[in-house]
Ligand binder design. Structure first.
Ligand SMILES: [Zn+2]
Length: 123
């Protein structure tokens, strides 16, 4: 699987994570007096968002397994991607191994994080 495809799967997953945490927040912010209809709607939106996130995670996992990327330490293709926002609002990304937990450095994009992760490869 080409890197561009992995990157779009990672983006998709990241958007799904953001979407499902927003839906969870909206659901938790409902006031105790909310109508049954509003509660049902919020529950349904949250459920759909969580399902979308799980599907995106599965697709990403399959994509990484089919890619040339692997852990520089143990060689596993069971990789995940983390992201966080810096205080200046920029996102940074890093790749980590689900088996031995070797983490790459922060990078400005997912593709840079993947390149960085595999640049130390010995195999
Ligand atoms: Zn590893």
């Amino acid at each position: 699987m080409p890197a561009s495809q992995i990157i779009s799967l990672l983006r998709e997953y990241h958007q799904a994570v953001v979407g499902s945490s927003k839906a969870a927040q909206r659901r938790s912010e409902l006031s105790p007096g909310s109508s049954r209809a509003r509660v049902t709607t919020a529950n349904a939106q949250w459920g759909r968002a969580a399902e979308g996130r799980d599907i995106a995670a599965d697709r990403l996992f399959d994509g990484l397994q089919a890619s040339q990327y692997h852990c520089p330490d143990c060689g596993s293709q069971d990789l995940t991607c983390g992201t966080r926002k810096l205080s200046d609002k920029r996102n940074v990304w890093w790749i980590s191994c689900s088996v031995c937990h070797t983490e790459g450095s922060d990078a400005a994009s997912i593709s840079a994080a993947l390149r960085e992760y595999n640049s130390g490869s010995t195999s």
